[in-house]
Design a protein around this ligand. Structure first.
Ligand code: C2E
Ligand code: MG
Ligand code: MG
Ligand code: MG
Length: 291
């Protein structure tokens, strides 16, 4: 019986792999239409100040609304776009939308910075800096309002040309942020070489902050490191009041996570901003998390 069960198990995992492969193949096939037919949607998640929960920034996060398969998360289709050479037009699209929305908010009187995730492939293609410049000009957005979020995948292939492109972006006035800091391969050595002004601490650290004293020491250390280097530190993935309290005690100034708001459509975010009532926050009342 055990043998039969083992066989069944092997077969069903084989079927699972087949299913995953066919979904992947299908998504890769349908991806060009996603761009051409406007199936990509950009959501915005707030980044708030630790003391007053004021919205200080946003992060643009792309989704694919597939006509038959529903919402596809970026972790699933960004890698496909990177393989198929569609990543550059995709990133141009996100940059275009996000900078225009940031300009709308600025015109509304909100002093917020807009974060856009950068693909290593876009940087490798050599056109990130001109594409960013074009988006800023088209949106009439000051460069200092755009934060470019870079992950370790960029760093794995750190040629001098990539570094000089990052320096160009920095020279234009864009803000550079090191995303998912502490996860994967990112190391202190990168911090010394990259011209970044913001550290985004990976949410795995935040997740362990309440339960694991060693993680708490590490997080406090990263916050202190950022402060010493003159960088802004953002904690990602804040979900509980307990995590918020710990981060407040460490004086980690910038927070992002479901506790403050999920990624949401632009009009919902705009409504959230205009409903902002500082007196509620002074009283310590929570801002309703948006779902
Ligand atoms: P990221 O840049 O680290 O973005 C943060 C991710 O954490 C987002 O997932 C966000 O929805 C999620 N998140 C935020 N707060 C919480 C929380 O409190 N708890 C939990 N469990 N998760 C939280 P999302 O939107 O699925 O994006 C995943 C990744 O896809 C991003 O990670 C980023 O690396 C990539 N990505 C998203 N949009 C783009 C894009 O336009 N271009 C590129 N190249 N990559 C993108
Ligand atoms: Mg990011
Ligand atoms: Mg991140
Ligand atoms: Mg990530």
């Amino acid at each position: 019986a055990a043998k039969a069960a083992g066989k069944r198990c092997v077969r069903s995992s084989g079927e699972a792999i087949d299913a995953a492969l066919s979904r992947r193949t299908r998504l890769a096939r349908d991806l060009p239409a996603a761009l051409d037919e406007g199936q990509l949607r950009v959501l915005y998640q707030p980044v708030v100040g630790v003391h007053d929960r004021r919205v200080l920034g946003l992060e643009a996060l792309v989704r694919w609304e597939h006509p038959l398969l529903g919402t596809i998360p970026p972790d699933e289709f960004i890698p496909l776009a990177e393989e198929d050479g569609l990543i550059v037009p995709l990133q141009r699209y996100v940059l275009g939308v996000a900078t225009r929305k940031a300009a709308v908010l600025l015109a509304d009187g909100w002093d917020v910075q807009m974060g856009v995730n950068v693909s290593a492939r876009h940087l490798q293609a050599g056109c990130l800096a001109p594409d960013v410049a074009a988006a800023l000009t088209a949106a009439q957005l000051p460069a200092g309002k755009l934060i470019l979020e870079i992950t370790e995948s960029v760093l794995l292939d750190m040629h001098d040309r990539l570094l000089s492109d990052l320096a160009t972006l920095r020279g234009m006035g864009c803000v550079l942020s090191l995303d998912d800091f502490g996860a994967g391969y990112s190391s202190l050595a990168y911090l010394a070489r990259l011209p970044v002004q913001v550290l985004k601490m990976d949410r795995e650290f935040v997740a362990g902050i309440e339960t694991d004293p060693r993680v708490r020491v590490l997080v406090a250390g990263v916050v202190e490191l950022g402060r010493t280097l003159g960088m802004d530190v953002v904690a990602e993935g804040v979900e509980t009041d307990g995590q918020l309290e710990q981060l407040r005690a460490m004086d980690c100034r910038f927070l992002q996570g479901y506790l403050f708001g999920r990624p949401m459509p632009f009009e919902q975010l705009r409504a959230l901003l205009s409903g902002f009532d500082p007196s509620v926050l002074d009283a310590g009342g929570p801002v309703e998390p948006e779902v």
